[in-house]
Design a protein around this ligand. Structure first.
Ligand SMILES: NC(=O)c1ccc[n+]([C@@H]2O[C@H](COP(=O)([O-])OP(=O)(O)OC[C@H]3O[C@@H](n4cnc5c(N)ncnc54)[C@H](OP(=O)(O)O)[C@@H]3O)[C@@H](O)[C@H]2O)c1
Length: 291
């Protein structure tokens, strides 16, 4: 594709919920010449950060919103299932001249496809309670009339958040479950895909919901085995899920109750995004070298 990418230079971004993905995005967008202010629930020393906490009604002051053109929300639903940003800031956002809002959602909204591929045109069929909440938040964002694009993400990994940490901290559980696969995405591809979509916004058809996932869903066992190989260590003998499940936390158990392959065809074929980390092997090598 030989098109001039539209410049994001001088745009002002608010990153609401600057955790793992938000920090990565903020860093990259600043390198492109944008301003990026980031929120967290408690005060930070960093002058580019501000406090936003929907749980105790702490909202950003008016000045934070001056000149804002773009917003990325990385905040999950609150315990009542409401979207923290819409709950606390919807009117404020509606009063701004926003060009774009990105909302990080999850592929959990698709539910359990028993290993089948699932894409954006498939009807969501949430299985977990938290995924019902998430789908409701997506609907609220769409209903808001704000210029939102929703990105559905599978398991996010990257430097500092990968099985290497669990192996090093001896907190790894090597579990095997027949025919079970997970999709995943490297945090750098979340950022790059979103920036690609923004820079090519004028040429690309607008889709309100886009999956960002890599090319190769596979078993967790395969991923962990690869990490042990990179570390030059011997992997412990896998435990069958059935034998391990009673010792897992409810949240960990719930992840094993769903089995799906998330398609990235819309992003990578229709919209032309080229993944940096097409599969877990390339992505984990990056984590290994940066851990
Ligand atoms: N992790 C995954 O594998 C995964 C997979 C698919 C989708 N997702 C979703 O994708 C998004 C980004 O994921 P992530 O792992 O990068 O997130 P993360 O590191 O957990 O960061 C979440 C951010 O949201 C903020 N936050 C949480 N509740 C809030 C509230 N009530 N009011 C204001 N701020 C609040 C947190 O504030 P503090 O900084 O103060 O903690 C944090 O900055 C999330 O919505 C997540 O659920 C995650």
């Amino acid at each position: 594709m030989n098109r001039p990418a539209s410049s994001l230079n001088n745009k002002k971004f608010l990153i609401l919920g600057c955790g793992f993905s938000g920090s990565f995005f903020a860093k990259k967008i600043r390198q492109l010449g944008c301003t990026a202010l980031t929120s967290s629930r408690s005060e930070k020393k960093d002058s580019d950060s501000f406090v936003f906490n929907s749980e105790n009604g702490l909202v950003p002051n008016r000045k934070i919103f001056d000149g804002v053109t773009h917003i990325l929300s990385c905040i999950p639903p609150d315990k009542n299932g409401n979207d923290p940003v819409l709950m606390s800031l919807k009117d404020k956002l509606k009063s701004l001249s926003l060009e774009w809002i990105g909302y990080l959602s999850t592929t959990g909204v698709y539910g359990n496809t028993k290993g089948d591929w699932v894409s954006e045109i498939d009807e969501p069929n949430p299985f977990q309670k938290r995924s019902h909440k998430r789908l409701n938040c997506e609907k609220e964002w769409i209903k808001s009339g704000l210029p939102v694009q929703i990105y559905r993400l599978p398991g996010i990994y990257g430097p500092g958040r990968s099985p290497f940490e669990a192996i090093k901290n001896k907190k790894i559980r090597v579990i095997s479950k027949k025919d079970q696969v997970f999709s995943r995405i490297h945090v750098a591809d979340i950022t790059n895909a979103i920036i690609y979509l923004l820079q090519n916004k004028d040429y690309l058809k607008f889709y309100q919901i886009i999956n960002i996932s890599d090319d190769e869903p596979c078993s967790q066992l395969e991923v962990i085995r690869y990490c042990y190989d990179l570390l030059g260590l011997t992997m412990p003998k896998p435990i069958l899920f059935e034998d391990a499940k009673d010792e897992l936390s409810p949240i960990a158990q719930s992840f094993w109750m769903e089995n799906r392959r998330v398609s990235n065809k819309l992003l990578c074929e229709t919209l032309g995004y080229k993944l940096i980390y097409k599969n877990y092997k390339i992505g984990l090598k990056n984590c290994y070298l940066n851990s």
